[in-house]
Design a protein around this ligand. Structure first.
Ligand code: NDP
Ligand code: CA
Length: 328
């Protein structure tokens, strides 16, 4: 048994460096292992490319390549045996919310239910509050969930909320998705304007809570094209959200052409379903990770030996637009 490798930290030479650093956010539906092997029917993806023993390293490699400060995942069915322990050893604190009735449980030799998971850099952020939501649609409970966490930056004292969700899939469910989105927005409204007892008056002033509510980031596989009602709901909500990936387009106002691309027996499906929403008044988008070209993705689409999920990861750098009042 060798002793652990020497742990060495960087010393920051400029006090402002961590205060000014943008928050890197990653959104990714990683494809549940049970669904990929047992339900999806990705007919152009070799079964060997879906072996968990290798695929898990491709997923972890993608995450560690970009080292997000905040990581939002959907279709996580290997939280307790893989992502929680591995990412904890790399400095992430996390929370997992399984779907109440996950379709993974119908697959032979499944590894438990899939769900949403939220990870954050615990050296940079302190967790103030976590909520696990079961989404409703028209007052009825649904099989979809969300996690909402309130984080405080340890270096600046600034507070923001981050949410992760995975809305109902498939066509024919557009009204249902919109209702789930409405419920989530209403919950987010409550969570970003209610008083946090953990927060003292000074912090309340810093986040401007009394005026506009806590700044918000919402990541999700919405299973909805930008033409759907749930997208419009998010775009026009009183929370003042905008979608980070519009920054990639030439006009700055168009979502990317696809965030998922796969071939099932029913045919090819290339669509934009995944989003990173942010409070427009609080953040500016410093960077977005580009979408791979059709040529890079290849003729058999996703997943593949080169890429472990049918959804692409979205990564953006969000910077607080102005210094909090106390520091001005
Ligand atoms: P959803 O419609 O939200 O889809 C669940 C998953 O299926 C998503 O992760 C979705 O991936 C994926 N999916 C989407 N389209 C397809 C497709 N064409 N082929 C294969 N997979 C696809 O389902 P719900 O969570 O609302 O649950 C409904 C399912 O749950 C039923 O299909 C049923 O099998 C199962 N169920 C299980 C019960 C139980 O006791 N365990 C009870 C009741 C239902 P993505 O988001 O990437 O598109
Ligand atoms: Ca899926």
């Amino acid at each position: 048994n060798r002793p652990p490798r020497l742990h060495r930290d960087f010393m920051m030479t400029r006090a402002c460096s961590l205060q000014n650093a943008p928050i890197r956010v990653m959104q990714w539906n990683i494809l549940a292992q049970a669904l990929g092997e047992g339900k999806d029917g990705f007919v152009r993806c070799p079964m060997e490319a879906l072996n968990w023993s290798e695929r898990k390293y491709l997923i972890l490699e993608e995450i560690l390549t970009y080292r997000p400060d905040v990581l939002c995942l959907q279709e996580v069915d290997h939280y307790f045996d893989t992502f929680q322990p591995v990412l904890a050893s790399l400095g992430y604190q996390s929370s997992f919310c399984p779907k109440p009735c996950s379709p993974c449980l119908e697959v032979h030799n499944n590894n438990g239910p899939d769900g949403c998971a939220l990870f954050f850099n615990r050296r940079r952020f302190q967790l103030l509050h976590t909520s696990h939501l079961r989404l409703s649609a028209m007052l009825l409970k649904t099989n979809q969930v969300a996690i909402v966490a309130t984080l405080r930056c340890r270096f600046t004292g600034r507070v923001f909320c981050v949410a992760v969700t995975h809305l109902k899939a498939r066509s024919g469910w557009e009204v249902f998705r919109s209702a789930q989105g409405a419920h989530l927005l209403q919950q987010l409204c409550e969570l970003t304007t209610q008083s946090h007892p953990e927060m003292d008056d000074e912090n309340r002033t810093r986040v401007g809570e009394t005026e506009d509510g806590i700044p918000l980031v919402v990541c999700g596989d919405f299973n909805a094209e930008p033409s759907e009602e749930v997208y419009r709901r998010f775009m026009t909500s009183p929370l003042g959200l905008d979608s980070a990936y519009k920054c990639l387009s030439e006009d700055g106002n168009t979502e990317p052409p696809y965030t998922t691309w796969k071939i099932r027996p029913s045919g090819e499906s290339c669509s934009t379903l995944d989003y990173i929403w942010y409070s427009e008044r609080a953040f500016q988008v410093d960077a977005v990770l580009k979408i791979p070209s059709e040529e890079q993705i290849g003729p058999d689409r996703l997943p593949s030996y080169h890429y472990p999920s049918d959804h692409l990861s979205l990564v953006c750098d969000l910077r607080f637009s102005q210094q909090p009042h106390r520091f001005m």
